[in-house]
Design a protein around this ligand. Structure first.
Ligand code: FES
Ligand code: FES
Length: 197
């Protein structure tokens, strides 16, 4: 088989041909995406949403496509829940809805109206930290702290769910919460401490 050689000239000529081809596309591409947008992406619709967060009632005007995370952070200034990936992969945005952990970046605010929502801001009782918050401090369960609100909300749920029989089980049920600082040992220790109470 004849061996194909690729010279600099070959690359320049083919890449300029490709660039010319792309230059012809935009009109069609724009029309295509406009059509997709029109057909599949719901139009902006601002509605009154009613939410119960940390035992407090909020009534807000929001686009019905707003995620719970964006509503908390951008409209209610409850910035304890963190936006890590915004794609359901890191757990930094974990909050409780009806006592169960959910990823607020994947939850539409409109769908959790009138359901009890707890964020990290609602965990302590006044000046009294939640036992899990206290355990994270005592067991070095964090370093930079960015993932910590999500870790704590998940850890509280993990204990409540009873998934604390072994280190492996805790790791498994906390695996949706990532920590770039690698504070995992302290996190597991914190959970064991609270589970043993
Ligand atoms: S921000 Fe929600 S999972 Fe990462
Ligand atoms: S403490 Fe830094 S990302 Fe977890």
């Amino acid at each position: 088989m004849e061996k194909q050689t690729y010279s600099r000239r070959f690359f320049l000529s083919t890449s300029s041909m490709a660039a010319a081809a792309v230059a012809l596309i935009p009109g069609n591409v724009k029309a295509f995406y406009k059509n997709v947008k029109k057909r599949f992406i719901p139009a902006k619709s601002v509605n009154t949403l009613s939410l119960t967060i940390n035992q407090k009632q909020y009534t807000v005007q929001a686009d019905t496509r707003t995620t719970l995370l964006d509503l908390l952070r951008e409209q209610l200034q409850l910035t304890g829940s963190k936006k890590g990936c915004d794609h359901g992969q890191c757990g930094a945005c974990t909050v409780h809805v009806n006592g169960e952990r959910v990823l607020s970046c994947l939850t539409l605010a409109a769908l959790v109206q009138n359901q009890p929502i707890t964020t990290i801001e609602g965990l302590a009782e006044g000046d009294q930290l939640h036992p899990m918050q206290q355990a994270f401090i005592e067991c070095d369960g964090f370093q930079c702290g960015y993932c910590t609100p999500g870790q704590i909300m998940s850890a509280v749920a993990c204990v409540k769910e009873g998934h604390t029989h072994s280190v492996e089980e805790i790791k498994e049920f906390m695996s949706g919460n990532l920590c770039r600082c690698g504070a995992y040992n302290g996190i597991v220790e914190s959970i064991q401490k609270v589970a043993a109470r």
